[in-house]
Design a protein around this ligand. Structure first.
Ligand code: GTP
Ligand code: MG
Length: 461
């Protein structure tokens, strides 16, 4: 259960830095801080105003040695991250001083915090709900601005308020259904079944929209896997480098240069595209290259989108066409490279295997056509709905499962009513939906669930 003890952690990354922060939260943090820190101008943390800072030294109270020069701030309950008394000690960012300050706080009665325990306390003390607490991880891990925006929306309660709205609509339906069950013969003010069916239809739509926004959030978070494939020497690695704007992969005129899959993320219109350069696909007796080719085929299979690269400056080979055929039903762009040289490849034959897929002519070395490739990728993945990315929400696996459960229960409740079954059945379904949404907000969450969620956090958060 929730412990009232005082926790301490180094809240900044471990390593050299300009400053490093030791953070304490709990009833005794001011008292412990006062035993640990001496201010140059006298005074003590207990005398400091809320949200103010003071300059002092961390002194080892057991041997009187100066540990570090520090700036201390204090935020008292309930106006703090955890809603408890919080003391933050800004040390010089060296690991030895930070560790020593933390160890001393422990010797004076604090306990080393578990990962995410500060945020867990913020949740347990009612400052944020569970979906907001979970958003903190997404904010920390955001790799692009669009990701950050979506995560911040959840942190600020965007997801919670949508869930709460949906939940209150569901509650209304539930109340009417219960009235109908309890007072079946009288007119007790329950809405007609037809109205309830309609209301559940609206809830279903709302849940569907949340799930669609969540799918976009997932793309923002995990990125789009793009497999760059083709036969050896067509310029796959050159294309990777050109899209990244740096020399990441080795490029040579020797076919079979790339052996391993090289993945780098490019930020295209705010969306992370995980570009995967692969070994050129061909029949080969060379053992290392053979493994590379197997990896290429696997990458192609697992990609969300494929960039199928051919060399426009040379006649096609049977490998080119074989790879084209392997695209199957994959989303892909046909990239004709090396168009700075005369185009001699029989592109008609390519089109026969690639069908309707868009063809883009580029020169990876001259940087021609790269924007077309980027635009093509975005169009292929979002089919013109990139605008909707602003409405993307970050939903983790746990939240998604619960949303889907609620959605299923709403559908089943509506169907029960439509089939003319007794209101009891619909009421049971609607109740399941209501509870599933409550779980997203963290109502009635058991200790193991909380442990699992917060253990993903970094220490000191
Ligand atoms: N003229 C011209 N040459 C290019 C272009 N793109 C790549 N090349 C050259 O083609 C050769 C092969 O390029 P890579 O990028 O290594 O080709 P790859 O497809 O990664 O080859 P593997 O790793 O062997 O499968 C190099 O000599 C590049 O300089 C281009 O747009 N124009
Ligand atoms: Mg290569």
């Amino acid at each position: 259960m929730y412990r009232q003890d005082t926790i301490v952690a180094i809240s900044t990354p471990i390593g050299e830095g300009a400053i490093g922060i030791v953070r304490m939260s709990g009833e005794k943090s001011v008292e412990i801080g006062d035993k640990l820190i001496i201010f140059k101008r006298g005074g003590a943390i207990r005398e400091m105003a809320d949200y103010s800072m003071s300059y002092g030294q961390v002194i080892d109270p057991f041997d009187g040695q100066v540990v570090d020069e520090v700036v201390v701030s204090v935020m008292r309950a309930p106006r703090s991250y955890t809603r408890e008394d919080v003391v933050e000690i800004n040390c010089h960012g060296g690991i030895v001083a930070l560790k020593r300050a933390m160890d001393l706080a422990v010797q004076l009665g604090a306990r080393v915090a578990e990962p995410g325990e500060f945020t867990k306390r913020a949740f347990l003390n009612g400052r944020i709900d569970l979906s907001q607490a979970e958003a903190v991880i997404d904010v920390i891990r955001a790799k692009t601005e669009a990701q950050l925006r979506a995560a911040m929306q959840s942190l600020e309660g965007g997801l919670s308020s949508k869930i709460r709205n949906l939940r209150s609509q569901i509650l209304e339906v539930y109340a009417h259904l219960e009235v109908a069950v309890d007072f079946s013969d009288e007119d007790a003010g329950a809405l007609p079944t037809q109205d309830l069916i309609q209301k559940l239809g609206e809830c279903q739509k709302e849940a569907g929209k949340l799930l669609a926004d969540a799918r976009r959030g997932k793309i923002l978070k995990e990125g789009v896997k793009v497999g760059i494939v083709g036969r050896p020497n067509v310029g796959k690695s050159s294309l990777l480098n050109a899209l990244l704007g740096e020399r990441r992969a080795i490029v040579t005129s020797i076919p079979g240069t790339t052996r391993d899959v090289i993945e780098e993320t490019a930020n295209i219109q705010g969306v992370p595209f995980r570009l995967q350069d692969t070994a050129g696909i061909r029949d080969t007796g060379h053992e290392v290259e053979k493994i590379g080719v197997e990896l290429s085929l696997k990458t192609m299979e697992e990609a969300d989108v494929v960039l199928y690269v051919v060399d426009g400056s040379e006649p096609l080979t049977k490998e080119d066409l074989e790879i084209g055929r392997k695209l199957g039903s994959k989303k892909a762009l046909v990239v004709v490279n090396k168009v700075d040289l005369p185009v001699v490849a029989e592109l008609d034959q390519v089109r026969q295997v690639t069908g309707e897929r868009k063809e883009i002519r580029i020169s990876a070395t001259k940087g021609w056509g790269l924007e077309d490739v980027e635009r093509g990728l975005v169009e292929l993945v979002f089919a013109g709905e990139l605008r909707c990315l602003d409405e993307a929400i970050m939903v983790n696996a746990r939240q998604k499962e619960l949303l889907e459960k609620a959605q299923r229960a709403i559908v089943s409740g509506r169907e029960a009513l439509e089939a003319g079954m007794s209101e009891e059945f619909a009421a049971a379904d609607v109740r399941i939906a209501y509870e599933a949404l409550g779980e997203i907000l963290g109502e009635k969450s058991g200790e193991d669930l909380l442990d699992r969620i917060f253990s993903e956090f970094c220490i000191g958060k």
